[in-house]
Design a binder for this molecule. Structure first.
Ligand code: PGA
Length: 255
């Protein structure tokens, strides 16, 4: 476990206008200015593509409060890929992070391990920090091991330390039932993810070198139980990141 924590707002496809996005971000910024979290919690806002620029403008007005990330990117650098967005476009817009492997994209868009692997390689090459989301199932651990190793093909040990791994069980997501894992399950999956990576890369001090966060129905009441208490370094926050007060309260719990 590193000392830094992460609070990542996953706004998904929820904010429909620039005005709505700006209003929420401004309220979050107002809240952030009242708490002392810098050097302890990395706050990352992940808007939909059309609203990245408005968040960037707000960031320029209030620097050093948060970073910006994108919810997805394509695996090729540029070219004839209608409707896709490149890592360089994201960089030019000011994105420092990108989600890779969110279960909603795997379920609705059928993203495969090979696609995730190519995206991961390109994000790292483009110096955008990938937030790699994993959803192991207790009954299918052998498959999960294979999937994770497939996704990590071609990634060096040095690059592994740059990835933010996320344990996000699908059934824990608020829109998928919100069944939060028990502490035993959290410890088990935390150890499992770290062990697969450690064994594969022969990493000596995995707890210090591998960044691992949690996702799924996080709120200001359960955040400590789901993260710090089980040696995870923060969380992806979906539904509750649409409520500025609650999102700031979550950040406060991570300090
Ligand atoms: P949730 O979403 O916090 O609403 O469960 C988390 C996510 O899907 O990343």
């Amino acid at each position: 476990m590193t000392n830094e924590k992460y609070a990542i707002a996953n706004w998904k496809m929820n904010l429909q206008s620039e005005a709505e996005t700006k209003e929420l971000a401004e309220k979050i910024i107002e809240g952030l200015k009242k708490i002392n979290y810098q050097n302890k919690v990395n706050v990352i806002l992940m808007p939909s593509y059309p609203w990245i620029k408005v968040i960037k403008d707000l960031q320029q007005k209030s620097p050093n409060l948060f970073a910006i990330g994108a919810q997805n990117m394509f695996w090729e650098k540029s070219g004839a890929y209608t409707g896709e967005i490149s890592s360089l476009m994201l960089k030019n817009l000011g994105c420092q992070y990108v989600f890779i492997g969110h279960s909603e994209r795997i379920i609705y868009l059928k993203e495969t391990n090979e696609m995730l692997n190519k995206k991961l390689l390109l994000a790292l090459k483009s110096e955008i920090t990938p937030i790699l989301i994993l959803h192991p199932e207790e009954k299918n651990i052998e498959n999960f091991k294979k999937d994770l190793i497939d996704i990590l093909q071609g990634i060096s040990q040095e690059q592994i330390e740059k990835i933010i791994f996320t344990y996000e069980p699908i059934e824990a997501i608020s829109t998928q039932g919100g069944k939060i894992p028990s502490q035993t399950q959290l410890f088990k999956m935390n150890n499992l993810i770290r062990k697969i990576i450690t064994d594969y890369y022969h990493i000596e001090n995995p707890v210090q070198k591998i960044k691992l966060i949690y996702g799924g129905s996080v709120n200001s009441t359960n955040i400590r139980n789901l993260t710090i208490d089980v040696s995870m370094e923060g969380a992806i926050v979906g539904a509750k990141s649409l409520d500025a007060q609650e999102f700031v309260a979550i950040i406060k719990q991570l300090i």
